[in-house]
Design a protein around this ligand. Structure first.
Ligand code: BV8
Ligand code: ZN
Length: 242
């Protein structure tokens, strides 16, 4: 991959980048969905049918995320952002806050954030680290008393701020994808858009993703093994081979 001072780097991350911080991935062994079927917890239908189960699931995820720490891969991305400034953009499918805790600033959570909730009527997201694990504690809106839900994008819902994502993809010259299986759209389609725009595309992860044929380069290895060396090589003597 070639990175020059004119290059704009678009990074897409998935659950794999947080795996080495102890957060289960979705489809890995013991993956999140093992305990629950996706349609049981991450769909509007699930919310309508059993909000207590949905809040139990996301309260468990909040607890796990609080006790996790950013790893060397999160830190390496924050470091390269320091170097590239506005020529860097990070789009994550993850709802945990490990990128921010590693120092990432130019980040967008396309599937929402674990530590935000919103009223189902007012629809204004607000910070919320509370755990709701019993029917009696399910949150209601302070303003209108309507039920409050996790500020998470569920299956069948539109990801957040797709316009900005497509604008940033338009401007990118390099797409780096880390730790995602390529099984969920529209994120799994970004590499195809990149190809149409002749953007150089690289995948980092221990196994080939479902959309492997679309990548120019696949670097097999864990995120903490590959990213620090990949990015160190880069920022120690920009421009150079990245
Ligand atoms: C939408 C928040 C319209 C919830 C999530 C049929 C065909 C195509 C599409 C569809 C279809 N039917 C329905 C759809 C649409 C659907 C979809 O794609 N379904 C799939 C199942 C077929 N998509 C939607 O509904 C989306 N909305 O399409 O709206 C639209 C479209 C375009 C523009 C405007 C509107 C909404 C989807 C969002 C759902 N919410 N998350 C929560 O977190 O609880 S999705 C969730 O799963 C993740 O956020 C992520 O996006 C996705 C997949 O997870 P991954 O992150 O990839 O993790 P996974 O476990 O799968 O893989 C882990 C990877 O890490 C593996 O590759 C592994 O090798 C690697 N790894 C493991 N260890 C490491 C590692 N990598 C590096 N280092 C390691 N150590
Ligand atoms: Zn309200």
């Amino acid at each position: 991959m070639h990175l020059t001072p004119q290059d704009h780097l678009f990074v897409l991350t998935g659950a794999g980048i947080s795996a080495e911080s102890g957060l289960a991935t979705f489809r890995g062994s013991g993956g999140l969905w093992n305990g629950y079927r996706v349609e049981q917890v991450a769909t509007p239908e699930a919310w309508a049918a059993d909000p207590e189960l949905v809040w139990h699931f996301y309260s468990q995820r909040r607890r796990n995320a609080v006790s996790a720490d950013p790893n060397a891969a999160h830190l390496a991305l924050a470091k390269i952002e320091e170097q590239l400034g506005d020529r860097f953009y990070l789009c994550t499918q993850n709802v945990d806050d490990l990128h921010e805790r590693a120092g990432s600033a130019r980040i967008h959570h396309m599937h929402g954030s674990l530590f935000q909730s919103r009223c189902t009527r007012c629809n204004q997201p607000f910070p919320d680290k509370a755990l709701y694990e019993t029917a009696a504690t399910l949150p209601l809106c302070d303003r209108c008393r309507a039920p409050v839900r996790p500020h998470i994008v569920w299956f069948g819902e539109i990801p957040l701020d797709m316009d900005t994502i497509y604008r940033k993809l338009d401007r990118a010259t390099v797409l780096l994808v880390v730790g995602t299986s390529g099984s969920v759209y529209p994120a799994a389609g970004f590499v195809h858009i990149a190809n149409q725009r002749r953007i150089h595309t690289v995948y980092v992860g221990p196994e080939e993703p479902l959309n492997r044929e679309a990548f120019d380069e696949i670097l097999l290895g864990t995120a903490t093994e590959v990213l620090p060396s990949l990015l160190r090589e880069d920022h120690s003597n920009l421009p150079h081979y990245f």
